[in-house]
Design a protein around this ligand. Structure first.
Ligand SMILES: Cc1cc2nc3c(=O)[nH]c(=O)nc-3n(C[C@H](O)[C@H](O)[C@H](O)COP(=O)(O)OP(=O)(O)OC[C@H]3O[C@@H](n4cnc5c(N)ncnc54)[C@H](O)[C@@H]3O)c2cc1C
Length: 354
């Protein structure tokens, strides 16, 4: 019998296994129904930020960023995140976030148009009123990071089994870390996880000549439109006009022209860039867009429902779950993210903008 079976070799499961092994736990098996990083981890845009609007999320991502920094420049490109606003309401929202973030130690900087052009040469700032920039935020390649942490975990004795049903391995403790598919595994254990899959689509361009070397993640606060540099290409994202709540990860070609137009308008050196590929993955949404973390009962733990932010939180989640499993409590406060918060029912908003 395994001591601990972790269901899922995505960013969450791998980090939990690694932190368990770091703390000396033995006989840990990651049981992956498909292949390593075949879920959202393999589809994510790779943004890592501490600019959140709740203190718990700020602290969790601060902890994670320290871990990403330790991985080094090859795996974590610390180019920053730039949120800009084009309306007074957007500016007020950014200012409220800044007031929350500063006392928590987030080195967030108010930026005007001139500073934005310095940080992101080529960006069209005509309609921009200002923004926030945090140089400590950055970008990564999630499957590459996942494989690196997995290699370290394996080096510490973790056993990884692909194409394996997690319930086929008898275990003292089971950790559910299957993203959107956590629902089905939980059901088999008579648990109802309030998680719904939401399709999220990304578009990658072909090479663009004048993409600045250290282009931060660029985010339009009001619309959620954002893009990043990936080598000599741009990767573009935005929520669908009508949220697609489904497991089918199909690409909706009809939204591509609008995204490319937005990109060309915001970043004129990219006008005329051709689409190299588009793909879609799943956000594992909970009703409050926060994850389900920690102990469910004596044998079962959860780390799922990340609602589109699980990669950047995964190192902190790994340590938190490892401590809770081994010591009974975690030094990272995960109480706001406990399953029990849904005890009185869970309500999904029909319309959400992400
Ligand atoms: C388009 C997109 C962009 C994202 N961008 C970011 C970002 O910038 N920053 C960030 O922090 N997070 C981002 N996320 C979310 C992030 O990818 C996940 O929260 C994170 O990787 C944690 O994943 P996980 O380990 O919980 O589960 P996953 O990696 O989703 O899955 C773990 C395992 O569950 C099973 N599984 C889950 N989903 C599927 C599926 N669809 N098909 C088959 N098997 C599946 C597989 O066995 C898989 O290996 C993004 C997600 C998507 C889809």
């Amino acid at each position: 019998m395994a001591n601990i079976v972790i269901a899922g070799a995505g960013a969450a499961g791998i980090n939990i296994a690694y932190h368990l092994a770091l703390r000396g736990a033995k006989n840990i098996i990651i049981a992956e129904p498909g292949t390593v990083a075949c879920g959202s981890t393999g589809k994510a845009i790779g943004g890592v930020r501490q600019q959140f609007s709740t203190a718990h999320e700020v602290r969790m991502t601060q902890e994670s960023i320290q871990f990403f920094e330790m991985l080094g420049k090859e795996l974590f490109y610390q180019v920053g995140y730039l949120f800009f606003a084009t309306t007074e309401a957007g500016m007020a929202e950014l200012e409220a976030r800044r007031r929350l973030q500063l006392p928590l130690g987030v080195p967030v900087e108010r930026v005007d148009r001139a500073r934005i052009r310095q940080l992101a040469p080529g960006l069209n700032t005509k309609d921009i009123l200002g923004g926030l920039y945090c140089a400590k935020d950055g970008l990564a390649d999630p499957p590459a990071v996942a494989r690196e942490i997995l290699a370290r975990a394996v080096g510490l004795g973790v056993d990884v089994r692909e194409h394996t049903d997690p319930l086929s391995i008898p275990a003292a403790k089971l950790v559910i870390a299957l993203g959107s598919y956590s629902v089905q595994l939980a059901e088999k254990l008579n648990l109802t996880f309030p998680i719904r899959p939401l399709v999220r689509q990304l578009i990658e361009t072909e090479a663009i000549a004048d993409l600045p070397d250290r282009l931060p993640m660029i985010i339009d606060t009001e619309t959620g439109f954002h893009f990043r540099r990936k080598r000599d290409r741009a990767v573009i994202a935005m929520g669908d006009p009508s949220p697609r709540w489904q497991y089918n990860e199909s690409v909706d070609e009809s939204i591509v022209p609008d995204r490319m137009l937005r990109f060309a308008e915001r970043f004129p050196p990219g006008a005329g860039a051709r689409v190299s590929r588009a793909w879609a993955g799943l956000y594992d949404m909970t009703p409050d867009a926060h994850p389900i973390l920690g102990k469910i009962n004596d044998n079962i733990y959860a780390a799922c429902g990340f609602s589109g932010h699980g990669f950047m939180k995964s190192p902190a989640v790994g340590r938190a779950l490892a401590e809770e499993i081994l010591d009974g409590r975690s030094s990272i406060d995960i109480d706001p993210f406990r399953f029990e918060r849904f005890a009185n029912g869970a309500h999904f908003e029909s319309d959400i903008i992400l």
